[in-house]
Write a protein that binds this ligand. Sequence first.
Ligand code: C5P
Length: 229
Amino acid sequence: PVFWIVIPAAGVGSRMGADKPKQYLELAGRTVIERTLDCFLGHPRIAGIVVAISADDPFWPVLECAADPRIVRAPGGRERVDSVRSALDLLLPSAAPADWVLVHDAARPLLAGDDLQRLIDALQDDPVGGILATPARDTMKRVDGSGAIDCTVDRSTLWHALTPQMFRFGLLRECLARAAEAGWTLTDEASAIEAAGMHPRVVEGRADNLKITRPEDMLYAQWLLSQRT
Ligand code: C5P
């Protein structure tokens, strides 16, 4: 099978409160997005990488990886899902419907090589695909609009959705188009597949595959990196 990587990297990162989008912050001497790309560039089976970048983004073109022939740039969109769709459109001439696409947030630079490999190994013969995920660790509550607890949700049925999310190119493109037509708000790829009545698999991944969101995440990510090297 052929594997393509899609990296949505067109967010502004407002929750970070930094002077540039979080994917361009430096994490132990290297930008977050370069670390994220490194997770895939070393893998022998990747056919190509598409990054979705905002049209007016001045930070991407100056990175060394912007000139890497294995990486192509697609225009970013208004929401994350629009950026992913834009990247998939760019792949259309090259990718076959049954090829695999792994969508991975630019803001997750700590994806471990063994997690990536386990995801691929677990799903590559699957008709649909699935996602890296990690079991919920806290006690989980359903809360109503007024802030009062309705009930406690059985934690053993709840998982945090991580990325990469790995689906067949043709199926993912179709399901995302259908979701856009219906006006649904999606925060990941799997929800588009679920909405079409399919059941993506979860593959248990490391909880430290964190998405850089708030300033304290940078400190935690720095510490995690120092522990790995
Ligand atoms: O904001 P959030 O952390 O959910 O973003 C997840 C990923 O989606 C980030 O890598 C961000 O750059 C990307 N994104 C995008 N286009 C948008 C919004 C977010 O590519 N319009």
